[in-house]
Write a protein that binds this ligand. Structure first.
Ligand SMILES: [Zn+2]
Length: 299
């Protein structure tokens, strides 16, 4: 069965440098190599080299395509290099803070000039409401450029930041799927992706999906948020999400990010097993692992 992965982070040189700057200040400009060493991860090299690293990794696991996320605001050019080198393998996403003074300009350029397809929002990290006027303007941009809005709701933990000992001043109340639905419902042609089934606001994510047909869930990561709901298993989550949103609105993702760990095969295996356990029909499973990705991003 064909597999496309809708959620991989492209940890570029700029991403590592930003972590270094945040921890040690701008005077002591740490190289990406030094930061990678501190993290115990591989240094990324130039974007073209990192793109090739990803292609080899996807080949090794027989993954056909992946959405690559530029994971620090302003890093869309790195992912654009990867997409330009391998347009048949990669789709470009970029992290943007629409509440920052230059946020919407970055988004405009990323969609219009760089051909990026997904704008990624982290409202609890950047502290703005998902029904903010600036989010609505981002939807306008997405509508004009075949863009997708990816919004991280619910609980958030960023492994690189934890490992670096960086404090993240989160306000998790901003990650509300219902606030997003309030805007999304006015843009029926802009697909929305809620990673990790809403990341802990599962009930709200399901309600948002029911109210708003453009809302999709990505299945990515180990979905550790299920620990916040007594007795809930990932099997229950899949069963309920399929019942409410339908298999045409679930998109497989792994949330892979750094090397040498590489592609998270174990996530894929666990989710395949769950769908088998649920007796999911072949056609529905195909949608989740590749069909929906192709519907959103082209065949
Ligand atoms: Zn992620």
């Amino acid at each position: 069965m064909t597999t496309h992965d809708s959620h991989c982070h492209f940890f570029s040189t700029r991403f590592f440098e930003a972590l270094g700057r945040e921890k040690y200040g701008t005077e002591r400009a740490l190289t990406a190599e030094a930061v990678a060493l501190e993290l115990g991860w591989e240094a990324p090299g130039a974007p073209g080299a990192l793109a090739n690293r990803w292609v080899d990794e996807l080949d090794r696991h027989r993954v056909s395509r992946a959405a690559l996320i530029a994971s620090v605001p302003g890093d869309e050019d790195s992912v654009a290099v990867a997409v330009a080198a391998h347009p048949d393998r990669f789709v470009g996403f970029f992290l943007v803070n629409p509440a920052a003074p230059d946020g919407l300009d970055h988004a405009q350029r990323a969609f219009a000039e760089l051909g990026m397809r997904g704008a990624c929002l982290f409202p609890s990290m950047h502290r703005y409401r998902l029904d903010d006027e600036r989010v609505r303007r981002l939807f306008e941009l997405a509508a004009r450029h075949r863009g997708v809005i990816f919004a991280h709701c619910g609980f958030l933990s960023i492994e690189a930041r934890v490992r670096m000992g960086l404090t993240t001043l989160l306000d998790l109340r901003f990650g509300d799927p219902l606030a997003l639905a309030a805007i999304a419902v006015g843009y029926p042609n802009v697909p929305v992706i809620l990673p990790h089934f809403g990341g802990g606001f599962f009930r709200e994510a399901l309600m948002a999906a029911e109210a708003c047909p453009s809302i999709h869930f990505d299945t990515s990561s180990s979905n550790g948020w299920i620990k916040f709901v007594p007795g809930l298993t990932l099997t229950d989550v899949f069963r309920r999400a399929i019942a409410v949103a339908g298999p045409h609105r679930l998109i497989f993702g792994s949330d892979s990010s750094f090397f040498p760990r590489g592609w998270r095969k174990v996530i894929h295996g666990a989710q395949r097993a769950i769908l088998e356990e649920l007796g999911t029909e072949e056609d529905a499973a195909k949608k989740i692992f590749s069909g929906n990705f192709e519907r959103l991003f082209g065949a």
